[in-house]
Design a protein around this ligand. Structure first.
Ligand code: NAG
Ligand code: NAG
Ligand code: NAG
Length: 673
């Protein structure tokens, strides 16, 4: 026997010792079972190349045979309880392509010998207890694309040789004890897309050179001791999209106005630093901004008008910021205050000024009293247990929603989801929201707390192509979620409508596929802990008037108990579930990848691909595009290349083995070439 594929079953107990007698094994896939006992030695005759036994309950040390298994190409023993000194447990593997040891109990230091595994593209050692410094020899790994060392106990400085990792696109060294300055060689990482140095002991200046990492999409350096002013070169990072988190440092000086050049950036957190001066007016021009938190700094002056979605909380606890937002002191009041302090100089015009000041103050006080009253009534409601999590701007109230939907009258119902009905609600302030009324559940009180915590987390998720969840309401009779309202409805209904489908042109479809890929990538790779959607289908992808995609209902599936009448097999919708996900309760990110593959085919074909087995074999090697593409559109001409790429990515997503299925990050990259 050369190959053994038993992954994703319910095998339990220890592996038989006689397995070691199989001396011709090349490939062993035992991942995702409930195996216990020690790791077997399957490499006595140095033929083993691919060994995946992640997601089990194995413990004990790494057998000597594996240490000396120089034939290895891919090793995945992550998510077990394997222990031992990492230096002594592993040798040199000249052919090794990827290795994952994450979420085990390895101790000890990183050996410089890893630098000899020249073919390595991916190192995942996260969530262990590895200590000591990062060896400079790692810089020799010219093919390394992923370096994940998060949640260990690494100390010392980040070696400058890290700049030699020219293929690196993902570096996560978060939650360690790294100290010293960030090496300026970081600027040589021209392929870097995701960088996380958060929660370490790094100090000194953020190097100017970071501005050379032109592909950077997400940057976490929060919770360190970084100081001095921010380099204006941050403004060069035009790809920066999901995150710029520099909170909890000692950064000072002004907020550079160059920041406003980052047109795609959605999330900025500069809170808990020592920034001073004013907020550049140009910040208001950043269209994608959904969070711009500069609270707990020494900023002063006025908050520029028109910052997208601005919330007063982002500006609190500063030296003196004023502005038009509810909760901030208005600027004219501060101005008046300021003038009063300089009374002597303006005494000649003092009297009318004083009258004006008094009337302004009186006006504001009256306003505040009114506000207080208004918010008090909301408070009363919340004391009655109606509101549970409410991250919206406070203007909305339970009554408002009840009025807008006329107590959930059917005529406001716009659809049925797997766990309830969706209503469209136009609130008093003309804001339109989608309200999802959940089926009356029998959740016990203690579940509610977890549920609320989860919802709170989900309300913090911000990405352009993800439907925003504003909050959640619980009432003895109703439980509902309040979300962003997206005009055109879901992808499935558009594809089944002749007229809409024919307007849904190829470039729009390709853009939708990319946006959805990016949104899922964000949920899997940029959110901690990652969020698995579990129910990616054409019904959960909504389109706005411009046919731009919004993924909805993420993370909800996990929290709601399946409702027997409305819940299709476990979680997820039949026809979209990966093979392994329908048989086990263990759901991983790879389930979403599979469902995404189905959605891609559905978008291109105009209908669900149906029975994949049959579909696959009929298309085996070569196929004619016109045989499968949506006939309601003319054949793509210029876009043919892209359509083909989407199809081949979709097939990769549908790989039966979850381990061999690509990650969403890879999928998104492949789609973005
Ligand atoms: C197989 O392995 C077992 C245990 O290691 C050993 O006792 C036995 O002799 C082996 N059998 C053969 C046929 O080699
Ligand atoms: C390294 O990887 C490349 C490409 O996958 C392969 O062609 C080459 O043989 C590998 N080298 C070794 C030493 O395995
Ligand atoms: C910004 O970061 C601080 C500290 O890390 C955190 O407490 C706060 O919630 C963050 N702001 C937002 C809007 O997420």
């Amino acid at each position: 026997m050369t190959e053994m594929r038993l992954f994703t079953n319910q095998l339990s107990g220890p592996l038989p010792l006689t397995l070691s007698n199989l001396t011709n094994l090349v490939l062993v896939l035992l991942a995702d079972n409930q195996l216990t006992g020690h790791l077997p030695d399957l490499c006595q005759s140095k033929k083993l190349q691919d060994f995946q036994i992640f997601d089990n309950n194995l413990d004990g040390p790494v057998p000597k045979g594996l240490r000396d298994c120089s034939s290895l190409i891919s090793l995945g023993i992550d998510k077990n309880q394997i222990e031992g000194d990492i230096t002594k447990s592993f040798g040199v593997y000249p052919h090794l392509n990827d290795i994952s040891l994450s979420s085990n109990k390895f101790v000890g230091r990183l050996s410089p010998k890893w630098g000899l595994c020249q073919n390595l593209t991916s190192i995942d050692f996260g969530h262990n207890m590895i200590e000591g410094s990062i060896p400079s020899d790692l810089g020799e790994l010219k093919n390394l694309a992923i370096l994940d060392m998060r949640f260990n106990r690494l100390t010392s400085e980040i070696p400058p040789e890290i700049g030699k990792l020219s293929s690196l696109y993902w570096m996560d060294l978060g939650s360690n004890r790294l100290s010293g300055q960030i090496p300026k060689q970081i600027g040589q990482l021209s392929n870097l897309e995701i960088l996380d140095f958060s929660s370490n002991l790094l100090s000194g200046k953020i190097p100017e050179e970071i501005g050379n990492c032109l592909k950077l999409q997400s940057l976490h350096m929060n919770n360190n001791s970084l100081s001095e002013s921010l380099p204006g070169s941050l403004g060069h990072l035009a790809s920066l999209q999901s995150m710029l988190d520099l909170s909890m440092n000692s950064l000072s000086g002004p907020i550079p106005s160059e920041l406003s050049k980052l047109e795609m950036l959605m999330f900025v957190n500069f809170s808990h630093n020592q920034f001073s001066g004013g907020i550049p007016i140009s910040i208001a021009s950043m269209q994608s901004i959904t969070v711009f938190d500069v609270s707990y700094n020494f900023l002063e002056g006025s908050v520029p008008n028109g910052i997208h979605n601005a919330s007063a909380e982002w500006f609190l606890h500063n030296k003196g910021l004023c502005g038009n937002l509810v909760g901030l002191s208005p600027c004219d009041l501060q101005l008046a205050d300021h003038r009063r302090k300089h009374q002597k100089i303006i005494l000649p015009v003092g009297l009318p000024m004083l009258v004006a000041t008094i009337s302004i103050v009186a006006g504001v006080v009256a306003l505040l009293i009114c506000r207080k009253k208004a918010s008090k009534s909301t408070d009363d409601v919340s004391k009655g247990g109606v509101f549970s999590v409410w991250s919206f701007d406070g203007r909305m109230a339970f009554e408002d929603i009840m009025n807008a939907t006329e107590n959930f009258d059917e005529k406001h119902c716009i659809g049925e989801g797997s766990y309830g009905s969706v209503y469209k609600a136009e609130l008093q302030d003309e804001q339109v929201v989608a309200v999802k009324k959940l089926h009356a559940g029998d959740e016990e009180a203690h579940d509610e707390e977890i549920f609320q915590h989860e919802i709170e987390m989900l309300t913090k998720v911000r990405q352009r192509s993800i439907v925003k969840l504003y909050g959640y309401c619980s009432h003895p009779r109703y439980r509902f979620l309040v979300c962003q309202f997206i005009e055109r409805g879901n992808l499935a209904s558009i594809l089944s409508n002749e007229e809409l489908a024919s307007q849904f042109r190829w470039e729009r479809r390709i853009a939708l596929i990319r946006d959805v890929a990016q949104a899922i990538t964000y949920l899997h790779h940029d959110v901690h802990p990652p969020i698995i959607h579990r129910d990616i289908t054409s019904r959960n992808i909504l389109l706005d008037v411009d046919y731009k995609a919004f993924v909805s209902d993420f993370g909800i599936a996990r929290m709601l108990k399946p409702d027997s009448s409305n819940w299709s097999a476990l979680a997820g919708t039949y026809g979209y579930i990966a093979p392994e996900c329908s048989y086990t309760s263990l759901v991983t990110e790879k389930c979403d990848v599979y469902s995404f593959g189905i959605v891609v085919l559905e978008v291109l074909m105009g209908k669900h691909p149906g029975d994949l087995q049959a579909f696959h074999s009929s298309l085996e090697d070569q196929f004619l595009l016109e045989e499968i593409l949506d006939e309601r559109l003319p054949q793509p001409e210029a876009g043919e290349e892209e359509v083909r790429r989407c199809i081949s990515v979709a097939f990769e997503c549908l790989t039966p083995s979850p381990k061999e299925r690509p990650t969403m990050l890879k999928v998104y990259r492949d789609l973005s070439i």
